[in-house]
Design a protein around this ligand. Sequence first.
Ligand code: SAM
Length: 185
Amino acid sequence: MSTPATSVVRYSRFFSLRKARTVLDYGAGTLRNAMYLAGQGFTVYAADVPEQVKVLRSHPGAATLAGLLEVGDLVGSRLGADLVLCTYVFNIILTRAQRKLYLDNIVANLRPGGYLLIEVNSRREEIGCGSAFQHYHCCDDKARSYTHDEFDRLLLPYNFQRICHYYSTHALAAIYQLRSEKAVT
Ligand SMILES: C[S@@+](CC[C@H](N)C(=O)[O-])C[C@H]1O[C@@H](n2cnc3c(N)ncnc32)[C@H](O)[C@@H]1O
């Protein structure tokens, strides 16, 4: 089995302790994270673009998943997941419209109080085309890296609150929680 993303290994126990058992791995790639979490007893849905889902249907581990979904299925699926994984996906989505759809689908499939784990490349020296805020609004059609401040600004309108983050030499990982009407525990 290929090595899971560092943040997934680092935080899987935290999610277990918070009873976040149902996971949507959104942009699952080769299923490295989905297989790891399924092996830890999580109930895992994996979603990706249709071409990748076609490949994954013959993956030996696919049968252990709760479901394998194409991105389009997520628009109406309302999974009520406890956790959405987004590792090395958001930074490769090239257009603003696709990024918005990605975030809309996360919120539609996450229960109130659920968690979003994001891991992306982060190179501090990469400046972009101006301020972080400007970048989101003017630099379309480029893969890029992010800082936690940029994610805070992106995710606040979706009612996400960052609860922790860390930087490694090349990456940023952060956990956000979707606020619920009731007090979040
Ligand atoms: C760099 S791979 C990361 C895969 C996996 N998350 C991991 O950490 O190993 C990016 C994945 O995102 C998928 N992807 C690209 N655009 C996407 C989109 N708009 N919505 C969902 N998945 C997307 C790709 O097909 C690919 O499987």
